[in-house]
Design a protein around this ligand. Structure first.
Ligand code: MG
Length: 158
């Protein structure tokens, strides 16, 4: 059996917040606003993994009304989601993330992001893809009002 999942998330860019993307702190003038560390890419990945097994979404498992998740490192959430995947008898085939942001440039961080995600999930780095794109100054990402991320994953039970 193989199962496919997809996830999508958006967070608003604000001053006076650190920018965490794929578990890596990226130097920037702005950071993402959220109840957790607002790591938009990990949130999209978590939703893809949960979606593949029809286990609901990140808001169901980690409600933002729950104070225990305030400011939490999203890698903790991702590790928890991977445990659920394993408990359900599946393992990661591969995952692929796209970050949509006008700034900053993520190119020099991509490999660190891939290794960070792979380490957090306990998988081989060659199963983890991270890409970044601008939206050509169009829309909310183009106006630097926020960053969005999409993720897909394939899970296999053999
Ligand atoms: Mg989120």
């Amino acid at each position: 059996m193989i199962r496919i999942g997809q996830g999508y998330d958006v967070h608003r860019l604000v001053e006076d917040r650190d920018l965490w993307i794929c578990g890596v702190k990226v130097p920037h003038t702005h950071g993402l606003l959220g109840h957790s560390d607002a790591d938009v890419a990990i949130h999209a990945l978590c939703d893809a993994l949960l979606g593949a097994l029809a286990l609901g979404d990140i808001g169901k498992h980690f409600p933002d009304s729950d104070p225990q998740y305030k400011g939490i490192d999203s890698k903790v959430l991702l590790a928890h989601v991977m445990r659920l995947v394993e408990e359900n008898g599946y393992r990661l085939g591969n995952c692929d993330i796209t970050i949509c942001a006008e700034a900053p440039k993520f190119r020099s961080y991509i490999d660190t992001m891939r290794h960070t995600l792979a380490d957090t999930m306990g998988v081989s780095v060659d199963t983890v893809s991270v890409k970044a794109t601008t939206t050509e100054k169009l829309g909310f990402t183009g106006r630097k009002e926020g960053i969005s991320a999409m993720a897909v994953c394939l899970l296999t039970n053999n």
